[in-house]
Design a protein. Structure first.
Length: 107
């Protein structure tokens, strides 16, 4: 993974890099993130765009920074969380840079 040397603003918790091919690129840092990825599907004989993945992130009440990855399927009643990633950059006693929970959890 490429590392950047840009200055991180104190309030920013996340950085997003997006490359959408011919449509262009996007880069931003923020306190919150919400990214949807849609893809073309065929359902009931009709083509449509389906939001298949949602990546969302923010700061929890305990101060940790959390990212959740949800998968959506047209046949499911609820999305499925496939990843929950946590960091605690303000906790200098925390010896784990990033915690990853990859248990699948219905939402």
């Amino acid at each position: 993974m490429e590392r950047t040397s840009d200055v991180i603003r104190v309030r920013d918790k996340f950085e997003v890099h997006c490359n959408a091919g011919d449509a262009g690129t996007f880069r931003a840092s923020s306190e919150l993130i919400s990214i949807k990825v849609g893809q073309r599907i065929l359902r009931d004989g009709i083509e449509e765009m389906w939001d298949s993945i949602l990546i969302s992130g923010g700061q929890a009440e305990d101060g940790s920074i959390q990212v959740r990855v949800l998968v959506f399927h047209p046949d499911w009643d609820e999305p499925l969380q496939i990843a929950h990633i946590t960091s605690r950059p303000s906790d200098h006693n925390c010896e784990t840079a990033i915690g990853c929970n990859l248990d699948h959890v219905a939402q």
